[in-house]
Design a protein around this ligand. Structure first.
Ligand code: DX5
Ligand code: ZN
Length: 222
């Protein structure tokens, strides 16, 4: 089942949808597919209503996998924890534009740790919030549900936000990847890729899939 050409998208299964008592096995399930990234959702009970896990969890998973660790910080004032989330083995650290006043400083801090930097927007935040930071980041993560929980319904207006980001990228000749997170499945994947998404985060769609390898293969073939 070899892939003929480079896949058009990166698939990033989200560990949030796994059973945390068997997190190592969940990583193996991802490793057995051709998914390229592992998405790690960190929630603080303040920026979002839910609490998930911290750097130790990521640190414990790190030796089990050579996947790109894509850490999504849904925490207030992420500047407090950049060093910790770099040290635990993240490859890319994404913070929310809404979670800090000093977004430029946080992005610089991530780069100073030698990591890729991402910025994320909740569904109600416009792309214009990124006007003065967009040329500094490697990733823009579009939340297509209100962050906090897996298994929610995809918010359709996210498509327009992805398109806007893709247009802006082309216009200014920028390089950032566009990631989409929340309610992503095989059902809407082609739509998202058409709109300009490069990274598809999949929580429940991945972990509920009977044949995970086939799911990832199908998405990468779109
Ligand atoms: C939601 C998280 C997502 C979540 C997606 O706040 O940021 O990464 O795991 O889960 P699904 O794919 O089930 O919507
Ligand atoms: Zn996420």
């Amino acid at each position: 089942m070899g892939m003929k050409t480079e896949p058009r998208c990166i698939v990033a299964p989200s560990i949030l949808a796994a059973n945390f008592s068997r997190a190592g096995e969940a990583v193996s399930l991802v490793e057995e597919t051709t998914a390229q990234w592992l998405h790690l959702d960190v929630m603080d009970g303040m920026f979002v209503p839910n609490i998930s896990f911290g750097p130790k969890f990521i640190e414990d998973l790190r030796p089990l996998s050579s996947l790109i660790f894509d850490t999504h910080l849904m925490i207030e004032k992420p500047e407090r924890y950049i060093a910790d989330f770099a040290a635990c083995g993240s490859d890319c650290i994404t913070v929310h534009a809404e979670a800090t006043v000093h977004l430029n400083r946080v992005i610089n801090a991530i780069h100073n740790e030698g990591k890729q930097a991402g910025v994320s927007l909740v569904p109600s935040t416009p792309v214009s919030a990124l006007d003065f930071i967009i040329d500094e980041v490697e990733l823009v993560l579009v939340m297509s549900v209100n962050p906090g929980f897996g298994g929610q319904k995809f918010i359709a207006s996210s498509i327009r936000k992805i398109e806007e980001l893709a247009t802006l990228r082309k216009k200014h000749n920028l390089q950032y990847r566009i990631s989409v997170d929340g309610g992503v499945s095989l059902h809407n994947a082609s739509h998202l890729i058409e709109a300009g998404a490069d990274v598809l985060v999949m929580g429940s769609a991945f972990f509920k899939a009977e044949d995970k390898k086939q799911l990832v293969y199908q998405v990468q073939g779109l």
